[in-house]
Design a protein around this ligand. Structure first.
Ligand code: RFL
Length: 398
């Protein structure tokens, strides 16, 4: 069996690439380790940037997101209990669309099915061969039977834990990684969101995020210890802790209810370079992970797919190799910008446990120290207390 592009992974990156290539007359086959139901059920991202929505339009699967997605023209950041709105639309002329990754995945699956796509679910032991030769191969087992597919190119869209990245030799691959000393406890619930827009909250006991998937479905996150267990988060504990971290005026509006899903996700930054080796391309989480604070992960995956689809269309239609050659550098330029932004926002909003009271938000820091060491008390911390109270930005400069 032969195909022009063999795609490993049927997450958003793999499905979107498959659809864009097919619409441009490029034959492709997708191999996915899980079942379609499992892939659809994963609760992950929910904020689509304008470029991602435009790409969904090119892929002819944006009708439902335009109808049902919530356009957000700004977002709120809360420090010391005070909310500050960032007006995306006013500042950049752009807005974002709140639309769950699960819904996007369903739309992509429906679009692929409508065009008679070949997507092989429950493909076991997928392996990549000869990626630096003219005819790379994919092998896998399905229902115990071995299969082989030769390809002109392979797209590794199989996420952080996939196999594609491993096909790049250690002598070529450079990996940059950072793990954060905290995780996010997440909860999805069919309750009215506490606010019309997302609220990012910097609180003395840790970050929290009020997000949503629709006007009736909320998605909330709480910063928690890196080794926390989801079993520690009963619904009651989650709602109580969330309510404590909310700005005072929002607490009364918090609608609670049974959770649909809960998870604990460690935060990580990761980049693998290069994103192309021979006839293998990496796209999406297979090549990079960002902490979710900046809502960039899915949008970066879509951006990779845009550049990769353009490179492959250029090659098959016009024998162009320039876009293939520049794919890795073009993607990485954007990836590193998103990494820096996501790291900066994560640092701004979270409490770093190893920083102790030095790292607490200014007001909280002042209040806490003041409580323990009244202002002017004869102790080094008393002096710190004075400094903290008189200079609300001082925890960075002390
Ligand atoms: P995916 O979605 O991980 O899909 C990869 C697919 O490859 C399959 N696969 C294999 N198939 C065949 N053979 C193998 N050996 C395979 N190994 C893996 C997997 O089963 C899967 O179907 O990667 P993709 O397509 O690159 O998409 C990236 C996005 O999913 C990801 O960036 C975001 O979800 C990240 N992310 C978030 N991003 C945001 O922009 N905003 C968010 O709020 C947000 N929340 C999240 C997230 C990621 C999370 N993860 C990874 C745990 C919340 C969570 C919990």
């Amino acid at each position: 069996m032969h195909t022009q592009v063999g795609i490993v992974g049927a997450g958003p990156a793999g499905l979107l690439l498959s659809q864009l290539l097919d619409l441009n007359g490029i034959d492709n086959v997708v191999l996915e380790r899980q079942t379609a139901v499992y892939v659809q059920g994963r609760i992950r991202a929910g904020v689509l940037e304008a470029g991602t929505v435009a790409l969904a339009g090119q892929a002819q699967c944006d009708a439902r997101m335009i109808r049902e997605g919530l356009a957000h023209t700004g977002t709120e950041f809360c420090f010391d209990g005070t909310r500050h709105r960032i007006d995306f639309d006013g500042l950049t002329g752009k807005s974002v669309l709140v639309y769950g990754q699960t819904e996007l995945t369903k739309d992509l699956m429906a679009a692929r099915a409508a065009r008679g796509a070949t997507i092989i679910y429950e493909a076991e032991d997928v392996a990549l061969h000869d990626v630096d030769r003219d005819k790379p191969r994919l092998t896998w087992r399905k229902d115990g039977e071995p299969h082989t597919l030769t390809c002109d190119f392979i797209a590794g869209c199989d996420g952080f834990h996939g196999v594609s990245r491993q096909a790049i030799p250690d002598s070529v691959l450079r990996v940059y990684e950072k793990t954060f000393p905290f995780a996010w406890a997440g909860m999805l619930a069919d309750t009215r969101p506490v606010s019309d827009e997302l609220i990012y909250i910097n609180h003395e006991d840790g970050f929290s995020l009020c997000s949503m998937r629709s006007t009736t479905r909320s998605r909330y996150y709480l910063q928690c210890p890196v080794d926390d267990d989801v079993a520690n988060w009963s619904d009651d504990r989650f709602w109580t802790e969330l309510s404590r971290r909310l700005p005072a005026e929002s607490r009364d509006g918090l609608e609670t209810g049974p959770s649909l899903e809960k998870s604990v996700t460690p935060l990580r930054s990761f980049v693998a370079e290069p994103m192309r080796h021979g006839r293998l391309f990496l796209a999406g989480d297979a090549a990079h992970i960002v902490p979710p604070t900046g809502a960039k992960g899915l949008n970066l995956a879509a951006s990779d797919v845009h550049y990769l689809s353009q490179a492959l269309i250029g090659y098959f239609r016009n024998n162009r190799v320039d876009l293939i050659d520049s794919y890795s550098a073009t993607c990485l330029h954007r990836v590193w910008k998103a990494q820096r932004f996501s790291n900066w926002l994560t640092g701004l909003m979270h409490l770093y446990p190893e920083n102790g009271d030095f790292g607490r938000p200014p007001a909280a820091c002042g209040t806490r120290l003041h409580r323990r060491f009244p202002r002017g008390a004869d102790s080094p911390r008393g002096k710190l207390c004075r400094a903290t109270v008189s200079n609300r930005g001082c925890q960075r400069s002390i």
